[in-house]
Write a protein that binds this ligand. Structure first.
Ligand SMILES: [Zn+2]
Length: 286
């Protein structure tokens, strides 16, 4: 089957999955204040702390085994972007490094235990945030950003972009870009259309170019609760694959927590012998 068809199938599956995560009102109530973590320090205030001295112990704390160490970031970045060139669409990074990249979307679940987990494990990931899903609590994502994780643009209120006018598409990208830039102090480099819909359309790429992001990023695998959906028929990760996950909690994970889901994701990656690298380390922003 041609790759585009796989992308379409995956997009449809992602749509089904994402509806569950994003089906609520976009202007829902803000998450409650982050409770104090078991270590006694308020969640979100430990981001600047030094990495843990005993990595194996912190992985064991979460019931996990350490991932292989990622290789050094490549000096010659395989993805090259520019402000005035074409807006590429990509689902994987061309590399022979045995690494994959994790992306986490939307921002609905704001579990303080996930901040604690990432502060412990220091696994790199990229966030694609939807303005109206996160604006009740922009602050939740700041300690995750402070760990070195980048924030990217995932629209203002999560429409299927091909179903809305060019003017609305422009506003979806530009308004989210402005809000995320103001909140997080840096302009998102990448855009991901909700459900992957309309990614290859001229209208969307025109809007993306006008609003600031320099590429449209899709995915090869989509994390569910215990395993991934693969676009590849052999259901195996390949070097450079981009994995989609979501900020989701028990309501959307059949009772499982965000940290349980994320631990399962890391286990599936480790079982296949991959490290997790930072996506932005493989991109020359131009
Ligand atoms: Zn989404």
């Amino acid at each position: 089957m041609p790759k585009r068809s796989w992308v379409r199938v995956a997009g449809a599956l992602a749509l089904l999955a994402a509806v569950a995560a994003c089906g609520g009102p976009p202007h829902g109530p803000a998450a409650p204040p982050a409770p104090t973590g078991p270590s006694g320090s308020p969640a979100g205030t430990t981001a600047a702390a030094a990495p843990p001295a005993d990595p194996a112990a912190v992985w064991a704390k979460w019931g996990l085994q350490p991932l292989p160490a990622a290789p050094a970031a490549p000096a010659d970045k395989p993805v090259k972007l520019s402000a005035d060139g074409e807006v590429p669409v990509f689902s994987e990074v061309p590399t022979h490094d045995r690494v994959v990249f994790i992306t986490v979307d939307d921002g609905a679940e704001k579990d303080p235990r996930f901040v604690e987990m990432m502060t412990d494990l220091r696994v790199p990931f990229s966030m694609f945030l939807t303005r109206d899903i996160v604006r009740g609590d922009y602050g939740y994502f700041k300690p995750l950003q402070a760990l070195g994780n980048h924030i990217h643009n995932h629209s203002t209120d999560h429409p299927a972009m091909s179903t809305v006018s060019p003017e609305r598409q422009h506003a979806e990208v530009c308004d989210a870009q402005a809000a995320l830039t103001e909140q997080y102090g840096t302009a998102p480099l990448l855009f991901r259309p909700p459900y992957g819909d309309g990614a290859h359309s001229d209208g969307l790429r025109t809007a993306v170019r006008a609003c600031g992001p320099r590429a449209v990023v899709l995915w090869r695998e989509s994390m569910q609760i215990h395993n991934m959906q693969y676009q590849a028929a052999d259901k195996k990760l390949r070097p450079g694959d981009i994995i989609l996950a979501h900020f989701r909690g028990p309501k959307d994970l059949k009772g499982e927590s965000m940290t349980k889901m994320f631990g399962e994701l890391l286990s599936r990656i480790r079982e296949q012998g991959f490290a997790v690298a930072r996506l932005e380390d493989y991109i020359d922003a131009g």
